[in-house]
Design a protein around this ligand. Structure first.
Ligand code: URA
Length: 233
């Protein structure tokens, strides 16, 4: 439920005092009835709101994929560094936030939304959502390293990492798919097999794949299908 004046401000109809005035003058209707009270509360996800007879189309949730560049932090605000939200400052949508974190020096797919439920489902440790990373390493990745990464390694947590999938691309390049999201997990996993990450890029999260037409720092809205797939529908 939302107040009519707040809703109209969010829809960028005018300032708080302008929208109050519009409402008082009887220019706004909700579900076909003229409403003259600015504090009138209604369900913005279901109601049909018209201003001067013209229907407003309301979108509650927004979904963007960002190709995160290095040097930008996965936060909504930061005192020192540029944030991923600074890259989306012209994108419509209130209360956007990144779904999970990529390190400052990690590139690639980051989902930005204001849908808390979807975010929770994607990040829940119980859901084991696949995350695939392109990993460039300091030294060549041996068969033994691949085997260990796939079995589970000791990164200093109570338990070994869950089984992962590691596919060699080149001597010093693998694609690693993990189902957890521990702090610095990929870097710690490579360290645990006596190697080191020198470049990291996320390629996918669940069903969502990074659009390779997006340059670093660019973003786009998810398609309806991408959103439905992420929600498992
Ligand atoms: N694992 C890491 O070590 N860093 C990231 O940014 C993501 C996964």
């Amino acid at each position: 439920m939302i107040r009519l004046d707040k809703f109209l401000c969010e829809m960028e109809i005018g300032t708080r005092s302008q929208v109050k005035d519009i409402v008082k003058k009887g220019m706004v209707s909700v579900d076909g009835e003229v409403v003259k009270k600015a504090d009138y509360k209604f369900d913005e996800t279901a109601a049909k709101v018209c201003v001067n007879g013209k229907e407003l189309s309301y979108q509650k949730f927004y979904y963007y994929m960002l190709n995160k560049p290095q040097g930008v932090v996965s936060a909504t605000i930061d005192n020192h560094d540029k944030t991923v939200l600074d890259l989306l400052k012209d994108a419509p949508g209130k209360d956007l936030f990144p779904v999970g974190r990529l390190d400052k020096d990690t590139e690639g797919l980051l989902l930005i939304t204001n849908d808390g439920e979807l975010s929770h489902n994607l990040l829940s440790p119980k859901k084991h959502v696949d995350k695939t990373y392109l990993v460039e390493t300091k030294v060549a990745v041996t068969e033994e390293m691949i085997h260990k990464l796939e079995q589970g390694v000791d990164i200093g947590e109570e338990q070994l990492t869950l089984p992962a999938k590691a596919e060699r691309i080149e001597d010093k390049k693998i694609e690693l798919t993990i189902t957890e999201g521990k702090f610095h997990q990929v870097k710690r996993m490579l360290k645990a097999v006596n190697n080191e990450v020198i470049y990291l890029k996320r390629l996918s999260m669940g069903s969502l794949k990074l659009d390779d037409t997006l340059a670093l720092g660019e973003y786009r809205c998810l398609t309806d299908n991408e959103v439905l797939e992420l929600k498992g529908k």
